[in-house]
Design a protein around this ligand. Structure first.
Ligand SMILES: [Zn+2]
Length: 263
Protein backbone atom coordinates (compact mmCIF):
# COMPACT_ATOMS: atom_id res chain seq x y z
CA UNK A 1 0.00 0.00 0.00
CA UNK A 2 1.51 3.33 -1.06
CA UNK A 3 1.23 5.94 1.69
CA UNK A 4 2.11 9.59 1.30
CA UNK A 5 1.27 13.21 2.04
CA UNK A 6 0.13 16.46 0.54
CA UNK A 7 3.28 18.59 0.40
CA UNK A 8 4.61 21.95 -0.69
CA UNK A 9 5.06 22.11 -4.45
CA UNK A 10 8.54 23.70 -4.51
CA UNK A 11 10.45 20.40 -4.13
CA UNK A 12 8.00 17.52 -3.71
CA UNK A 13 10.63 14.77 -3.93
CA UNK A 14 12.61 16.19 -1.00
CA UNK A 15 9.37 16.48 0.93
CA UNK A 16 8.68 12.80 0.19
CA UNK A 17 12.14 11.81 1.43
CA UNK A 18 11.72 13.84 4.63
CA UNK A 19 8.49 11.94 5.41
CA UNK A 20 9.59 8.53 4.08
CA UNK A 21 6.54 8.80 1.81
CA UNK A 22 5.82 6.51 -1.16
CA UNK A 23 3.57 9.12 -2.71
CA UNK A 24 3.09 12.87 -2.69
CA UNK A 25 0.32 15.19 -3.74
CA UNK A 26 0.85 18.86 -4.50
CA UNK A 27 -0.56 21.84 -6.37
CA UNK A 28 0.75 23.00 -9.73
CA UNK A 29 -0.51 26.55 -9.22
CA UNK A 30 -2.02 28.77 -6.53
CA UNK A 31 -4.95 26.71 -5.18
CA UNK A 32 -6.99 29.91 -4.72
CA UNK A 33 -6.11 31.35 -8.12
CA UNK A 34 -7.09 31.02 -11.76
CA UNK A 35 -3.60 30.98 -13.28
CA UNK A 36 -2.77 28.07 -15.58
CA UNK A 37 0.10 25.89 -14.35
CA UNK A 38 3.56 26.75 -15.65
CA UNK A 39 5.86 24.04 -17.04
CA UNK A 40 8.13 22.73 -14.25
CA UNK A 41 11.90 22.75 -14.52
CA UNK A 42 12.06 19.50 -12.55
CA UNK A 43 9.62 17.69 -14.89
CA UNK A 44 12.19 15.08 -15.98
CA UNK A 45 13.17 14.33 -12.39
CA UNK A 46 9.54 14.08 -11.30
CA UNK A 47 8.68 11.76 -14.19
CA UNK A 48 11.59 9.47 -13.33
CA UNK A 49 10.87 9.39 -9.57
CA UNK A 50 10.01 6.20 -7.70
CA UNK A 51 7.56 8.23 -5.65
CA UNK A 52 3.98 8.24 -6.97
CA UNK A 53 2.76 11.73 -7.79
CA UNK A 54 -0.74 13.14 -7.50
CA UNK A 55 -1.82 16.66 -8.41
CA UNK A 56 -4.61 18.47 -6.61
CA UNK A 57 -6.51 20.91 -8.82
CA UNK A 58 -7.13 24.46 -7.50
CA UNK A 59 -10.00 24.89 -5.03
CA UNK A 60 -11.54 27.66 -7.14
CA UNK A 61 -12.55 25.11 -9.79
CA UNK A 62 -16.29 24.43 -9.81
CA UNK A 63 -17.38 22.85 -13.08
CA UNK A 64 -20.90 22.17 -11.74
CA UNK A 65 -22.02 25.74 -11.11
CA UNK A 66 -24.65 27.43 -13.28
CA UNK A 67 -22.53 30.61 -13.09
CA UNK A 68 -20.85 30.82 -16.53
CA UNK A 69 -18.13 33.10 -15.23
CA UNK A 70 -16.95 30.33 -12.90
CA UNK A 71 -17.93 27.23 -14.90
CA UNK A 72 -16.24 28.05 -18.20
CA UNK A 73 -12.83 29.00 -16.75
CA UNK A 74 -13.11 26.00 -14.40
CA UNK A 75 -13.34 23.58 -17.32
CA UNK A 76 -10.40 25.20 -19.02
CA UNK A 77 -8.28 25.25 -15.86
CA UNK A 78 -9.09 21.59 -15.15
CA UNK A 79 -8.09 20.53 -18.65
CA UNK A 80 -4.88 22.57 -18.42
CA UNK A 81 -4.05 20.95 -15.10
CA UNK A 82 -4.62 17.47 -16.55
CA UNK A 83 -2.14 18.22 -19.32
CA UNK A 84 0.43 19.67 -16.90
CA UNK A 85 -0.02 16.82 -14.41
CA UNK A 86 0.47 14.22 -17.14
CA UNK A 87 3.61 16.09 -18.19
CA UNK A 88 5.25 15.30 -14.83
CA UNK A 89 4.00 11.69 -14.82
CA UNK A 90 1.30 12.11 -12.18
CA UNK A 91 -1.02 9.17 -11.58
CA UNK A 92 -4.13 11.28 -11.12
CA UNK A 93 -5.61 14.76 -10.89
CA UNK A 94 -7.88 15.29 -7.89
CA UNK A 95 -10.72 17.79 -8.18
CA UNK A 96 -13.55 18.58 -5.77
CA UNK A 97 -17.08 17.59 -6.76
CA UNK A 98 -18.31 21.17 -6.75
CA UNK A 99 -21.77 22.55 -6.13
CA UNK A 100 -24.56 24.71 -7.49
CA UNK A 101 -25.74 27.90 -5.80
CA UNK A 102 -28.74 28.01 -3.48
CA UNK A 103 -31.96 27.82 -5.50
CA UNK A 104 -30.24 26.36 -8.56
CA UNK A 105 -31.17 22.92 -9.87
CA UNK A 106 -28.62 20.30 -8.87
CA UNK A 107 -29.60 18.27 -11.97
CA UNK A 108 -28.05 21.03 -14.09
CA UNK A 109 -24.90 20.76 -11.97
CA UNK A 110 -24.60 17.05 -12.75
CA UNK A 111 -25.16 17.78 -16.43
CA UNK A 112 -22.45 20.45 -16.27
CA UNK A 113 -20.08 17.73 -15.06
CA UNK A 114 -21.05 15.65 -18.11
CA UNK A 115 -20.38 18.66 -20.34
CA UNK A 116 -16.96 19.06 -18.74
CA UNK A 117 -15.98 15.54 -19.77
CA UNK A 118 -17.50 16.11 -23.23
CA UNK A 119 -15.45 19.33 -23.53
CA UNK A 120 -12.29 17.43 -22.57
CA UNK A 121 -13.15 14.61 -24.98
CA UNK A 122 -13.41 17.16 -27.81
CA UNK A 123 -9.87 18.24 -26.94
CA UNK A 124 -8.59 14.64 -27.06
CA UNK A 125 -9.57 13.68 -23.52
CA UNK A 126 -7.99 14.31 -20.14
CA UNK A 127 -4.33 13.32 -20.30
CA UNK A 128 -4.52 11.33 -17.04
CA UNK A 129 -7.24 9.97 -14.74
CA UNK A 130 -9.37 12.71 -13.17
CA UNK A 131 -10.40 11.72 -9.64
CA UNK A 132 -13.49 13.46 -8.32
CA UNK A 133 -13.27 13.99 -4.55
CA UNK A 134 -16.13 13.98 -2.06
CA UNK A 135 -16.59 17.25 -0.18
CA UNK A 136 -17.63 18.12 3.38
CA UNK A 137 -20.06 20.99 3.14
CA UNK A 138 -22.91 22.73 1.42
CA UNK A 139 -26.52 21.83 0.74
CA UNK A 140 -26.09 21.77 -3.03
CA UNK A 141 -22.94 19.71 -3.41
CA UNK A 142 -22.44 17.15 -6.19
CA UNK A 143 -20.29 14.78 -4.14
CA UNK A 144 -21.01 15.31 -0.44
CA UNK A 145 -23.64 12.65 0.20
CA UNK A 146 -23.84 9.36 -1.63
CA UNK A 147 -27.31 10.02 -3.06
CA UNK A 148 -25.84 12.98 -4.96
CA UNK A 149 -22.76 10.97 -5.91
CA UNK A 150 -25.01 8.33 -7.49
CA UNK A 151 -26.72 10.99 -9.61
CA UNK A 152 -23.33 12.40 -10.60
CA UNK A 153 -22.10 9.00 -11.75
CA UNK A 154 -25.35 8.46 -13.68
CA UNK A 155 -24.78 11.77 -15.47
CA UNK A 156 -21.17 10.89 -16.30
CA UNK A 157 -22.30 7.64 -17.93
CA UNK A 158 -19.57 6.01 -19.95
CA UNK A 159 -16.82 8.55 -19.31
CA UNK A 160 -13.74 7.25 -17.55
CA UNK A 161 -13.98 8.89 -14.11
CA UNK A 162 -11.97 8.13 -10.99
CA UNK A 163 -12.86 8.73 -7.37
CA UNK A 164 -10.92 10.06 -4.38
CA UNK A 165 -12.44 9.34 -0.97
CA UNK A 166 -11.59 11.84 1.78
CA UNK A 167 -12.33 10.43 5.25
CA UNK A 168 -12.57 13.87 6.91
CA UNK A 169 -14.98 15.10 4.26
CA UNK A 170 -17.12 11.97 4.50
CA UNK A 171 -17.39 12.19 8.30
CA UNK A 172 -17.98 15.95 8.42
CA UNK A 173 -20.28 15.61 5.40
CA UNK A 174 -22.50 13.12 7.23
CA UNK A 175 -21.54 9.74 5.77
CA UNK A 176 -20.56 7.01 8.28
CA UNK A 177 -17.09 5.58 7.56
CA UNK A 178 -18.17 2.08 8.53
CA UNK A 179 -18.71 0.12 5.28
CA UNK A 180 -18.45 3.39 3.33
CA UNK A 181 -16.04 1.87 0.81
CA UNK A 182 -18.60 -0.76 -0.21
CA UNK A 183 -21.34 1.85 -0.54
CA UNK A 184 -19.11 4.13 -2.62
CA UNK A 185 -17.87 1.32 -4.85
CA UNK A 186 -21.46 0.25 -5.50
CA UNK A 187 -21.82 3.66 -7.17
CA UNK A 188 -18.42 4.42 -8.69
CA UNK A 189 -17.03 0.90 -9.14
CA UNK A 190 -13.65 2.18 -7.95
CA UNK A 191 -11.69 4.17 -5.42
CA UNK A 192 -8.41 5.38 -6.86
CA UNK A 193 -7.08 7.26 -3.84
CA UNK A 194 -7.92 7.78 -0.17
CA UNK A 195 -7.35 11.12 1.52
CA UNK A 196 -6.65 9.81 5.01
CA UNK A 197 -7.50 12.66 7.35
CA UNK A 198 -9.03 13.06 10.77
CA UNK A 199 -11.61 15.81 11.34
CA UNK A 200 -11.50 18.58 13.93
CA UNK A 201 -15.28 18.81 13.63
CA UNK A 202 -18.14 16.51 14.50
CA UNK A 203 -20.07 14.09 12.31
CA UNK A 204 -22.32 15.92 9.85
CA UNK A 205 -20.95 19.36 10.81
CA UNK A 206 -20.33 20.23 7.16
CA UNK A 207 -17.01 21.80 8.14
CA UNK A 208 -13.73 20.98 6.46
CA UNK A 209 -10.89 21.14 8.98
CA UNK A 210 -8.40 18.28 8.79
CA UNK A 211 -6.61 16.92 11.84
CA UNK A 212 -3.80 14.46 12.47
CA UNK A 213 -4.94 10.86 12.67
CA UNK A 214 -4.55 10.60 16.46
CA UNK A 215 -6.45 13.88 16.95
CA UNK A 216 -9.93 14.82 15.83
CA UNK A 217 -13.32 13.17 16.16
CA UNK A 218 -12.80 10.06 13.99
CA UNK A 219 -11.59 6.76 15.45
CA UNK A 220 -8.29 6.39 13.53
CA UNK A 221 -8.93 2.65 13.22
CA UNK A 222 -11.86 3.55 10.95
CA UNK A 223 -9.50 5.45 8.66
CA UNK A 224 -7.22 2.40 8.55
CA UNK A 225 -10.23 0.21 7.74
CA UNK A 226 -11.25 2.53 4.89
CA UNK A 227 -7.78 2.34 3.31
CA UNK A 228 -7.67 -1.43 3.67
CA UNK A 229 -11.15 -1.89 2.18
CA UNK A 230 -10.41 0.54 -0.65
CA UNK A 231 -7.13 -1.20 -1.50
CA UNK A 232 -5.98 2.18 -2.80
CA UNK A 233 -3.00 4.43 -2.08
CA UNK A 234 -3.48 6.92 0.74
CA UNK A 235 -2.42 10.54 1.08
CA UNK A 236 -2.55 12.37 4.42
CA UNK A 237 -3.56 16.03 4.14
CA UNK A 238 -2.87 16.67 7.78
CA UNK A 239 -1.17 19.47 9.73
CA UNK A 240 2.24 19.49 11.38
CA UNK A 241 4.56 19.41 8.38
CA UNK A 242 7.27 16.76 8.29
CA UNK A 243 6.75 15.70 11.93
CA UNK A 244 2.96 15.63 11.98
CA UNK A 245 2.54 14.00 8.57
CA UNK A 246 5.51 11.68 9.14
CA UNK A 247 3.84 10.38 12.30
CA UNK A 248 0.54 9.91 10.44
CA UNK A 249 2.29 7.95 7.69
CA UNK A 250 4.08 5.76 10.24
CA UNK A 251 0.81 5.12 12.07
CA UNK A 252 -0.93 4.02 8.86
CA UNK A 253 1.96 1.78 7.78
CA UNK A 254 2.10 0.10 11.20
CA UNK A 255 -1.64 -0.46 11.40
CA UNK A 256 -1.99 -1.66 7.79
CA UNK A 257 0.88 -4.13 8.30
CA UNK A 258 -0.50 -5.49 11.58
CA UNK A 259 -4.02 -6.15 10.46
CA UNK A 260 -3.43 -7.30 6.91
CA UNK A 261 -5.13 -10.61 6.15
CA UNK A 262 -2.79 -13.52 5.47
CA UNK A 263 -3.16 -15.65 2.37
ZN1 LIG B 1 -8.93 15.80 0.48
Amino acid sequence: MRIGAHVDSADPLSEATARAADAVQFFLSDPQGWKAPKPREDADRLRAAEVDLYVHAPYVINVATLNNRIRIPSRKLLLGHATAAAEIGAKGLIVHGGHVNAGDDLAVGFDNWRKTFAYAADAGGFALPVLIENTAGGDNACARRLDALARLWDALGDYEVGFCLDTCHAHAGGEELLDLVDRVKAITGRIDLVHANNSKDTFGSGRDRHDNLDGGTIDPELVVAVIRAAGAPAIVETPGGVDGQGADITFLRDRLAVGSPTA
